[in-house]
Write a protein that binds this ligand. Structure first.
Ligand SMILES: C[S@@+](CC[C@H](N)C(=O)[O-])C[C@H]1O[C@@H](n2cnc3c(N)ncnc32)[C@H](O)[C@@H]1O
Length: 441
């Protein structure tokens, strides 16, 4: 580590700014905001000895001779000095900052790239909304109160976690400060402690960058994340450091309906213990994801539940392969279905006739039969594509016709999860193994 990061309390301390240009004015103003006793010395007025008694000096004179002298004087006197734009003559450097008073985020590239520091600052600015200022203030007030009351650290931490996972920030974002205060005080007093919550969260098709901002925030803040087996490790890495992960994906020998019931029961159990639980499901939670059953079960149990939609693979897989499911002049309707479950074969034939583009999830297992059934309904020469591992680095696509697609997918060893797309939109595009998506990266 080249620099040791600190925040310095300069209230009432003598700080000297050398120079009379724009930088000097800016630095003097910033020091003034921190409560420093600021003295500005114009370049023409500087004489060695002028820095005596200062805690900190910023030389913004942009004059080589003054730079050299001020550096020598400050070093000899042990005064912290920053000579603007002269890294070798800086005892400290000023970070880029994001201000959400009292929250302050400082970003430094150790002087390597002010450009990157300011880009990162812009990102963090967008991420940390204005509500973070009052939120940190509120949590600070509660912390002082809990400490005065002698509440043990572990119990305090539970309160802070509940505050973080509550609606307090949303209320502050909507500028409903009185409601936010009331809720926060209720949580601190233990009145709202029993109120656990569940979020049914869509994780998108695979690429963690295709998760919504809301989904990312929820899994970062959750006490528990109950996730499907197929959720990528890179996505799970976005969970908070203290978040407990439970893989509730398919386990051998377990009956599907029993598995589903036990997941819902576990969600209810954790929520009743007062936890904030994210149920993380691939794609969108309500597209062949059994999210509807979980929602019913949670609502019947009286649990507070929110649904966070995700990008479904039904749309992401064709899009990532460069297949526009509705293309002007080619297709103006799209149907989404699955090749699994009772009545699926009849349904496939009906939908293939009715919609211009047909997207079939869970198609890989019985791809030959699926393609044959659709082929008998709309003709075996209809264009088809299978997209596997869409939006992941391992994305693969094969294209052909309904007559050939099962053989081609087997030859290419396309692996699950994979999605079948049928219709003229496949034929009119050059589908190149996911290249459009790869270029976007
Ligand atoms: C049980 S369904 C869940 C669908 C999910 N809820 C959604 O909205 O994407 C699983 C099927 O989604 C499709 N799928 C999921 N992820 C995929 C991916 N990365 N690429 C292609 N297809 C995918 C496959 O057809 C897979 O069999």
């Amino acid at each position: 580590m080249r620099y040791y990061p600190v925040f310095i309390d300069l209230a009432g301390q003598l700080c000297i700014v050398l120079g009379d240009g724009k930088f000097a004015v800016e630095k003097a103003a910033a020091l003034g905001e921190a409560g420093a006793n600021v003295r500005v010395i114009a370049s023409c007025d500087y004489r060695p000895g002028a820095l005596a008694g200062a805690r900190l000096v910023i030389d913004a004179s942009e004059d080589e001779d003054i730079n050299r002298l001020s550096w020598q004087e400050a070093e000899a006197a042990g005064i912290l000095i920053n000579v603007v734009d002269r890294p070798a003559q800086c005892r400290f450097i000023a970070p880029a900052i994001v201000r959400r008073d009292p929250l302050l985020v400082a970003i430094s590239t150790s002087g390597e790239s002010p450009f990157l520091a300011s880009m990162l600052r812009a990102r963090i600015e967008r991420w940390l909304g204005h509500e973070w200022g009052p939120f940190v203030g509120l949590v600070g007030d509660i912390r002082r109160r809990l400490r005065e009351q002698g509440v043990p650290i572990a119990a305090q931490t539970r309160v802070y976690r509940r505050l973080l996972n509550s609606n307090v920030r949303s209320l502050l974002r909507a500028r409903h400060s009185a409601d936010a205060n009331q809720l926060a005080n209720g949580i601190a007093a233990g009145r709202a402690c029993g109120a656990g919550r569940v979020a049914l969260v869509g994780a998108g098709p695979g690429d963690p960058e295709l998760m919504t901002v809301k989904a990312r925030e929820l899994i970062a803040d959750a006490d528990y994340v109950l996730h499907d087996a197929l959720i990528a490790p890179e996505t799970l890495a976005l969970c908070g450091p203290d978040t407990r992960l439970e893989n509730v994906g398919k386990r051998g020998g377990r009956h599907e309906s029993g598995r589903q019931a036990s997941i819902t029961a576990r969600l209810i159990e954790l929520a009743r213990e007062g936890h904030f639980v994210a149920r993380l499901k691939g794609g969108d939670p309500f597209v062949f994801g059994r999210g509807g059953e979980e929602l019913d079960g949670l609502q019947q149990a009286g649990i507070d539940v929110v649904v966070v939609p995700g990008i479904t693979s039904a749309f992401a897989a064709p899009a990532a392969a460069g297949i526009p499911v509705t293309k002007r002049g080619v297709a103006s309707s799209v149907a989404i279905t699955t090749a699994q479950g009772p009545g699926s074969l009849d349904r496939l034939a009906d939908l293939a006739r009715a919609a211009d583009t047909l997207v079939v999830l869970m198609a890989l297992g019985e791809l030959s039969e699926t393609a044959a059934v659709i082929g008998r309904a709309v003709g075996g020469s209809r264009a088809a594509a299978v997209v596997g591992n869409a939006t992941l680095p391992s994305q693969r696509t094969v294209t052909g016709t309904l007559d050939s697609i099962a053989r081609l997918a087997a030859e290419a060893a396309i692996e699950a999860p994979a999605t079948l797309v049928v219709g003229d939109v496949v034929a009119v595009e050059r589908v190149l193994g996911g290249v459009p998506y790869a270029i976007a990266l």
